[in-house]
Design a protein around this ligand. Sequence first.
Ligand code: HEC
Length: 414
Amino acid sequence: MAIAGAWVSGAYAMEACSTASHPPPANDAASADAPIEAATALDSGGPSDAPSASHDATVPPEAGDASDAGDAADANDAGDAGNASDAGDASGADALTDGSYACPTDGGLPAELSCTGLYADWATKTVSPSAIPYTPGFILWSDGAVKSRWISLPPNTQIDTTNMDDWVFPVGTKIWKQFALGGQLVETRLLWKQQAAQWTYADYRWASDGSSAPLLTNGEQNVNGTTYEIPSLNQCPSCHGGRLDAVLGFDIVGTGVPSAQGLTLAMLAGQGLLTQPPPSTAIAIPEDSTMLAAAALGWLHVNCGVSCHNANPNAMGGPSRLYLKLLAGEMYPEAGVAQVSLLDSYTTSVGVLSNLTPNGQHYLRIAPGDAGQSLIPLMDTARGDASFKPMPPIVSNIPDTADVAAVMAWINAL
Ligand code: HEC
């Protein structure tokens, strides 16, 4: 049975990213395999980030109908996009008579996480060897969720790094990001490059007992009675559309700085996975005399710059001309000692008057020496406050107080 499913980015690269929801063609999807046992804890496999709150919820597993048998665990096959039908068309979900599910065999988007290729064995939640764990050196705040990430590149492919600021991934690439709250898995997001210039977005919602994780199209508010929010699939391109090839955190900064874990820039280069090796695999964010700049700039890069506040045509924050994305060319030690004060992140923010006038007042984006009068941290910590527009404007309901404090410390030291 067809399930309304994942958004496909389609030709979003040519669309303006001004719509919060790209109206993508509906997909349908297919289903998966047998409900098995629980795995309520954090998943095996990769490095994960921050700790946090707790919840979970229930989404009715999308049952399918029919029957065919599928070989679930074969990730890269599923990723073979050659036959991906139009825009994220998914494959038939097949419920077997015993209530379990068979994975689709037509290359379409599965309706169950177990069929996406992340797990070699669903029963034991054993991650497939082709899904390589990584954690970017700087991560997006997700209201305290702990996240794990894996990337799967099809065999014998490379990431096109001709443009070091916007890598182009091979067709068939899959990246998963898994979220846990209070030690319990909640959602696993999938970015899947089914065809050139076509990324499929999917989100799988874990059952509280870990037995299944069906596709969730419309998101979920107040997960487990908390403020945690799972985005709907039409919200994914609001952020991911701001990059030429959709991927946000697996970039030269995220993989190249010393705090990167798992699959790093050095490993990518060493394994021949990049068409153009970078001049250096040791990426360093410039520092200034405060010694507080790099942490602040790294946080701003991944939380604001990679998605929206950059100069790409579809970046939603582009029109503001506040550019917080760190550019590759500034990060190599060989490039000389890049000065903080020359970075876009600095020149478009420090001492720059915002065109927003919250409470009828004018603010500098960053007022040197005065974080309390700097609009960036004021907006970054605003939530449900009518005075300041909260940033990011979607999905987050709890501010990243600790990390914004680091940004404020830098501002106060300027
Ligand atoms: C508010 C902006 C935002 C929204 C909305 C959003 N993402 Fe992301 N996503 C990010 C950022 C920033 C990163 C990189 C940082 C990280 O991994 O912590 C990321 C990372 C990812 C990754 C890891 C690969 C990568 O791009 O770095 C996947 C997979 C992913 N997101 C899937 C999704 C899906 C699917 C949706 C919609 C259900 C979605 N995201 C919605 C901002 C967003």
